[in-house]
Design a protein around this ligand. Structure first.
Ligand code: THU
Length: 150
């Protein structure tokens, strides 16, 4: 993976990473497997797939699995978020994922890829009009630093 996010070959590699990640989906209940791949400011790629469990509401979407993994390993400044599904039309991130994208990947381009390569693209800002974030919390918001070691 190169550090050239607008290079089509580079985007192609990110899409391929998302398809590979999708193979890890634990979608026992819905049968709906989703893969996600993010690219950060250094060109690093972070991936995830959706995880479902017997207590249905606790499952996590592929996008949040990928972004939480990235964030907790130092990934920042995301430029692209790819979401892949084996569906006729591209799958758009759910509301919960949009909130997380708004807070942690605000300047990213979201590329949604369906079967056969059918693709839709949107900015996070387009997906989240009038988003809620820490600015609304004012002085209550923490510094946002990581905890570090005790
Ligand atoms: N899902 C995702 O992982 N990402 C999306 O963008 C839409 C939905 C997952 C959640 C659940 O595991 C399954 O797809 C069906 O909703």
């Amino acid at each position: 993976m190169t550090d050239t996010p607008n290079d089509p070959a580079s985007l192609e590699a990110l899409v391929a990473a998302a398809w590979t990640a999708r193979e890890g989906a634990l979608c026992t209940y819905s049968g709906f497997a989703v893969g996600a791949a993010l690219r950060d400011e250094h060109g690093r790629v972070w991936t995830g797939a959706n995880v479902e469990n017997a207590s249905y509401t606790l499952g996590l979407c592929a996008e949040r699995v990928a972004i939480f993994a990235a964030l907790t390993h130092g990934g920042r400044g995301f430029t692209h978020v790819v979401v892949v599904t084996d569906t006729p039309q591209p799958t758009s991130p759910c509301g919960a994922c949009r909130q997380i994208l708004w807070e942690f990947a605000r300047h990213a381009t979201v590329v949604m890829v369906a079967a056969g390569g059918v693709t839709a693209t949107a900015s996070v800002a387009e997906l989240v009009p009038m988003g809620f974030d820490d600015a609304a919390l004012g002085p209550r918001a923490s510094s946002g630093t990581t905890a570090g070691r005790p």
